[in-house]
Design a protein around this ligand. Sequence first.
Ligand code: GDP
Ligand code: IMO
Ligand code: MG
Length: 430
Amino acid sequence: MSTVVLVGSQWGDEGKGKVTDFLAKQADVIVRYQGGTNAGHTLTVSGEVFKLHLIPSGILYPQKLCIIGNGVVIDPPALLAEIDTLRERGIDISTLRISDRAHLVMPYHRRLDELEEERRGKGKIGTTLRGIGPAYMDKVTRMGLRVADLLDEEELREKIETLLAQKNSILANIYHAEPFDPALMFAEYLGYSRIIAPYVADTSLLLDEAVHSGRKILFEGAQGTMLDIDHGTYPYVTSSSPTAGGACIGSGVGPTRIDSVVGVVKAYTTRVGDGPFPSEISDAIGDHIREVGREYGTTTGRPRRIGWLDTVVLRHTCRINGLSHLALTLLDVLTGLESIKICTAYRYRGSVIEHIPASLRALAECEPIFEELPGWQEDLTSTSNFADFPPAAKNYVNRIAELTKTEIAIVSVGPGRRQTMILQDVFLIP
Ligand code: GDP
Ligand code: IMO
Ligand code: MG
């Protein structure tokens, strides 16, 4: 067993970066397969904090092949800024490889993201304004620029001219906004292409070689299942497939090569951006959890909305991703609460439902049905053995496994590498 997909089980920010960095020690290859700079993955290593947006969270280990797959949308100046920051901090990025099939986020995508959010007004999605939706839209309408185009000077010039003719017309006529200059954009992107070129490869081939030589591969999802374009709370979602199926599409590795799928689950729930959130906490306990868990967005700094753990969401996540195991994070944040609630079902117009309705109007009407468990007062952050947990904390973890019918492989009690307990080796899960 050597190929593990790690996905977000809620609305993002579950601690995927931390768990990926932790598991990367055992892996040979770490792959991002979707999303773009909307992702913000925070790693804390020996007290140093690293915030990654595009580069896989395996990069802090030397000698690990880190792949940005074809399903990711790459914003070249943002990627170069991330590379520079890592280099300045002494991180070797020579093992980074970027798919030649990945699409680019261009300045007009960022601008259109902002303009469209302004136009939506009260009905805004609350995007990260990183141009993600418009970039995936162009990919699907076959108007995208890919990394391979960036490396071909003539192709780049022609495509920028053709694409800008259309984008400038949309900007001027629909949004009454300023156009972009094709010559300036070409010169700027040609500059980026020269820096990015050494990292570019057919990454599906690299992964195929890795699979055939029995190397351990870890796929790092961005966002979360509830933000998935198909399976999330549409339209309050992102524009890619963060779910396990997305790992195949976004990397060029076939489904028969995937051995296990681990869902990263925060011990409570957070959401940034708009959209229904049945288990949201609207009293002081929510503010308390936000402060203790430092729940402010890694990418945008926005305060995250806080809710109790929702096992209706988790059962949806287990099914959609075919989760083999869970990795439970931020359990330490719940220390000190008298009692802890878990949402087990929803009440909708008088009946009890145990699944997520497709209609957002219906989801917004759903009332959470909670069961209440006793809390614990003991600090968990230096516990290294699950057996040493206070009984109430053990009980909470076991109840999550029971309600989701999924075993818990990892429990995390702090941002550091050592604050992690392995209950099952995910690379050995049959
Ligand atoms: P991601 O987008 O899923 O990678 O998650 P983020 O990095 O956006 O947000 C998770 C935050 O929680 C980061 O600041 C992590 O350093 C932090 N974190 C991860 N695991 C734990 C944990 O078990 N306990 C605490 N207290 N913080 C954690
Ligand atoms: P990581 O990988 C949390 C949310 C945005 C918004 C919606 C659409 O750090 O978990 P987009 O910019 O993608 O068009 O925004 O998705 N969102 C995230 N929320 N964590 C993320 O990434 C997110 N990436 C996007 O807040 O609601
Ligand atoms: Mg994040």
